[in-house]
Ligand binder design. Sequence first.
Ligand code: DP6
Length: 327
Amino acid sequence: MPTTQTASAHPNIALAKYWGKRDVGLNLPAMSSLSVTLDDFRTRTSVTWDAERDEVAIDGNRAGDAAAKRVFAFLDLVDPKRPPCAVVSESNFPASAGLASSSSAFAALALAATRASGRKRSLEELSVLARQGSGSACRSLHGGFVLWRRGEKDDGTDSHALPVAPADWWPLRVLVAVVDAGPKPVGSTDGMLRTAQTSPSYGVFVRDSETCVQEVRAAILARDFERLIAATERSTKGMITTMLGARPEIRYQRPASMDLVEVVASLRRTGILAGWTMDAGPNVKVLVQPGDAAVVAARLREIVPRVHDLGVGGPALVEGQAGPEAS
Ligand code: DP6
């Protein structure tokens, strides 16, 4: 009898970045990272176990070969002897644009597929599973502020996400300024490998990452906004610098991205606290305190028309159930 289960998850944005792998096969990171889960943006995924045939639909269309292959390989991790499965996934924000769509996609898929298969997995085990779909996905199982431990073990069982503080701990706003919502020129995995192999500053970035994680964590626990944006920008600049040092260079930024960074810097000179970050795409995410969100968003909209004002989101959920743990 086919069983269908549906789960939803929010994307997350790293405040201390993951950019580099210590094991590509198991998708183990070279550094710990720390993120904030966003509200409003979400991916909702249904998995039918024991379907007529393997099929994947993403945002209303049949998935292309590469995306479908990635989903089927992931389902094989859930159960190597699995029956055919049908996956239907919808996101309410653009995929592949540095808006962290793979984080919500693989968190929702890990949860829905595990449930549909009838298996039980702890939250840590679900996070280990989601990590193998896309690294950042392991952080999206949790809401609020989330640490992904690098881990030491070769089998990766200690490389999973852990909650730092829940969504209601600190009501920050994340303004997502959309420079371009098209697919990125270099995928994260290829970009990370090229960076590690060719960028002279990669080792510096990896070494500095642990300090950035500790700084971001301390700032969150103390609700110290100035410390948070300083540590987030430090990690972001380290990541961008090492990307630019790769051969050939990896450059996701566009002129408008840098104009947005300039807006943030000029606001700071007038006493409005805001901090910027970017990921594997040209879009700029600006961290602000709630009282400053409207004025900062208006300034960013002078550069790009689309600016989303998002809050801190909750954990991934199975529909009809209160939390992400398989019961
Ligand atoms: C720049 O999680 O997309 O957003 O593990 O190869 O799927 P894979 O990479 P992915 O990389 C995210 C990189 C980043 C920084 C971050 O989210 O920490």
